[in-house]
Design a protein around this ligand. Structure first.
Ligand code: ADP
Ligand code: MG
Length: 465
């Protein structure tokens, strides 16, 4: 009984520190809009960098030819080739391969990482079959999706601002990532030109627009989180160049670095942040994305193990190990709908090393997963809502006309595979928008849109175009 009382006290405290009432989400969205505006002004203290992508035109459907893309994001990287057939034939053929990044390369040297990538790319190019056609005398061209914050200096160059998501490599920050990749490709004897350097959000936006003309923003919910959207070029005070003909510019918000005292930051978040590779940074991302959700759950379970002997008299040593509980495991536990939570029990045995957990312990564990996932999903929805507010798509225009159909392209393993998470993002967004506006807003899974998107942008920025 004493244990139960202590467990209840911890759970109650967790519930209140993770709570995200709708009114709070609205004020978080407002704070985010303010930070977006600061970022667009070029305020050096702005939390959202609002990076200029140099993409002022999104794909039209007319793109044609053979293009490659390379996507370096989190734990995996993907190589892709696509034969584009123009307006009529669209994507004639595409192939891709996924390669996981050996963990030691994520914290090694820049050269080792890029050599590894270029070698995998060269191997992939070697398997190019008859279905793909490169006109005589032309160089192969590549769109490089690089999902880390970059100060873009043109569509095909940019310097790394910082590593995120568990990457920590000396000597890349401040360097042009396209030259790093190009040099590595040369070392591999691979003759290929990088014609577009894009963030994954920008790639997803481009890929999404190719599939659906009403896509105005893209959101990634994967290992990390980020968003990009189409902004009016004249709403970007820090843009000093000529205004693009289209009047538009895609902005990579880098919203993962958002921070606000309005965010419901618990002691678990603070401790995780403190022990992370990048303390004080990427606070919004750390509350939302796949790299961290399972770890937050682990920390809460550990507290329950300590304070309320949740897993018996001794705290299971495995539970002390940071990041043993991964978000896909959390998702599997959360989705267990069997009457005795059998799957969850098996996971606890596997991960934490305690067999024979009581049904009550399993329910508590599932409830913790629910609390952490729900907070993440609701905060992500607040972010999407803030972008819609920023571009005036959160309500019907004041001139009385109907609100235009508005599509958000979403991608990332978290959104794709964690059903309870993605459903919660959608219902929260509907709640924030209200009935009328939400009937015009569609959240659409753009599965691996960023690869195709990067290839499309490589096509529209081809040296032969
Ligand atoms: P990245 O973000 O690294 O480019 P992905 O978009 O594929 O790659 O996202 C991978 C992330 O998605 C994983 O790190 C994990 O956190 C999350 N994820 C993958 N599968 C699941 C799942 N079944 N349930 C919950 N999260 C998942
Ligand atoms: Mg990715």
């Amino acid at each position: 009984a004493e244990r139960k009382r202590r467990a209840a006290a911890v759970i109650e405290e967790v519930e209140s520190s993770l709570a995200t009432p709708t009114a709070l989400l609205r004020s978080i969205a407002d704070a985010m809009v303010t930070e977006m505006e600061r970022g667009l002004r070029g305020d050096i203290h702005a939390q959202l960098k609002m990076l200029i992508s140099y993409v002022d035109n999104l794909p039209t459907g007319d793109e044609h030819g053979l293009f490659y893309a390379l996507d370096l994001g989190g734990t995996n990287f993907r190589v892709l080739r696509v034969q584009l057939g123009g307006r009529e034939k669209r994507v004639v053929k595409q192939q891709y391969e996924e390669v996981s990044i050996p963990p030691h390369l994520m914290v090694g040297t820049s050269m080792e990482l890029f050599d590894f990538i270029a070698a995998a790319l060269a191997k992939f190019v070697d398997t190019e079959g008859e279905d793909f056609h490169l006109p005589e005398g032309r160089q192969r061209e590549l769109g490089f999706t690089f999902s880390f914050p970059v100060n873009q200096t043109s569509i095909s160059s940019g310097t790394l601002i910082k590593w995120t998501k568990g990457f920590s490599i000396n000597g890349t920050v401040g360097e042009d990532v396209v030259s790093e990749l190009s040099r590595a490709m040369e070392r591999q004897g691979l003759d290929m030109k990088v014609t577009a350097l894009v963030n994954d959000t920008v790639g997803t936006l481009a890929g999404g627009r190719y599939m659906d003309n009403d896509v105005v923003a893209a959101v990634i919910l994967g290992t990390g989180t980020n968003a990009a959207y189409v902004e009016h070029a004249n709403a970007i005070p820090k843009w000093t160049g000529l205004l693009p003909k289209s009047g538009n510019m895609v902005i990579n918000t880098e919203w993962g670095s958002f921070k606000s005292d309005k965010l419901p930051l618990s002691e678990y978040d603070k401790a995780m942040d403190f022990e992370s590779l990048n303390p004080g940074e990427q606070i919004y991302e750390k509350m939302i994305s796949g790299m961290y959700l399972g770890e937050i759950v682990r920390r809460i379970l550990l507290k329950l193990a300590h304070d309320a002997s949740l897993f018996g008299d001794v705290v299971p040593p495995k539970l002390e190990q940071p990041f043993v509980l991964r978000t896909p495991d959390m998702s599997a536990m959360h989705h267990d709908s069997s009457h005795d939570l059998k799957i969850l029990g098996a996971k606890l045995k596997d991960i934490v090393g305690v067999a024979d957990t009581s049904l009550e312990v399993r329910y508590i564990t599932r409830h913790i997963c629910d609390l952490v996932a729900e907070r993440g999903a609701r905060l992500a929805a607040a972010g999407i809502y803030s972008i819609l507010k920023k571009i005036g798509r959160d309500k019907a225009p004041s001139n009385g006309s109907k609100m235009p159909r508005t599509v958000i392209a979403l991608d990332g393993g978290l959104y794709e595979h964690y059903k309870k998470f993605s459903s919660c993002v959608e219902t929260t967004l509907t709640d924030l928008l209200g009935e009328e506006a939400s009937s015009s807003v569609v959240a659409k899974l753009a599965n691996d849109g960023s690869g195709i998107g990067a290839a499309l942008l490589a096509a529209s920025h081809s040296q032969y175009a």
